[in-house]
Design a protein around this ligand. Structure first.
Ligand SMILES: [Zn+2]
Length: 270
């Protein structure tokens, strides 16, 4: 038996310079024939996914802390401010909308530990929900924070999770349950992973995390300033396109500005 139902959670919106996502002229860089480019500000949704399976409920990513504008590094929040977050964007509320409470979550899979993916994980700590993350990601995030150069990793997210039920994995491919697989991608951060879910109805979804922020990155096969390791990123994009073709997989791009036009809020996408 594969996944039974999949829902997406609406966890607010962030803003940022388009150059973080798209490279070169696509991201607004000056070119020989256009030296008067204006920088472009984009707003992107912060989302997570819930996969219901007979063996448990999987939460993929946990959004951003509602307190981040006050508790996180000021420079980070200047670059990526929260532009919308209301009472409905708390993860408890989003789970309630689909008939769940935090204690119903069996596993939390984290694509990577940046602020907009681990931000609301602390509410699950008391329930001892296993947090599945690439070991390399956890080590890198803590190492950078310890050196005082956390970038988009923030100690306000990670310190409260000390002693949580961490399950660091170092597999390139890890089958969490029948039809739900985690795949190492790297490329954006050193330990980034995506989740692939097959459903009983025969669909396959790839939850891209921030391996892909915007659909245009997928189209032009390139990434802006948020590109970490180019070799890893370019290797996986060709593999991803193979998976899309051979398994008719659909991508769920969590920060796609049009995500909520493509999928209805509060209703199962499959
Ligand atoms: Zn993100």
């Amino acid at each position: 038996m594969k996944a039974e139902k999949i829902y997406l959670l609406d966890l607010g919106w962030l803003g940022g310079d388009l150059g973080w996502f798209l490279p070169g002229a696509a991201g607004g860089a000056l070119t020989n024939s256009n030296k008067n480019v204006k920088r472009t500000w984009v707003e992107i949704p912060v989302t997570a996914a819930v996969v219901m399976h007979k063996d448990g409920v999987v939460l993929f990513d946990t959004g951003i802390s509602p307190l981040a504008m006050k508790t996180h590094a000021p420079g980070l929040m200047e670059a990526f401010p929260i532009t919308k977050f209301n009472d409905d964007n708390f993860i408890e509320r989003q789970l309630a909308n689909i008939g769940l409470v935090p204690g119903d979550i069996s596993f939390i899979v984290i694509s990577h530990l940046h602020l907009d993916h681990i931000g609301q994980a602390a509410i699950f700590k008391d329930y001892k929900v296993p947090i599945v993350v690439q070991k390399r990601e956890l080590e890198y995030a803590l190492s950078m924070i310890w050196q005082g150069k956390g970038g988009a990793y923030d100690q306000a997210d990670l310190v409260p999770l000390m002693g949580a039920s961490w399950h660091p994995i170092d597999d390139k491919k890890f089958e969490l349950m029948d039809g739900i697989t985690l795949e190492f991608t790297g490329g954006h951060t050193p330990g980034h992973q995506v989740m692939i879910a097959e459903t009983n109805s025969g669909s396959t979804y790839v939850f891209t995390g921030d391996y892909i922020h915007l659909p245009e990155e997928h189209e032009i096969e390139a990434k802006g300033w948020l590109l970490g390791d180019a070799d890893e990123w370019h290797s996986y994009i060709r593999k991803l396109k193979l998976i899309e073709k051979s398994r008719k997989a659909k991508l769920v791009i969590s920060h796609d500005p049009k995500l909520w036009d493509k999928y209805p809020k509060g209703k199962a996408i499959d």
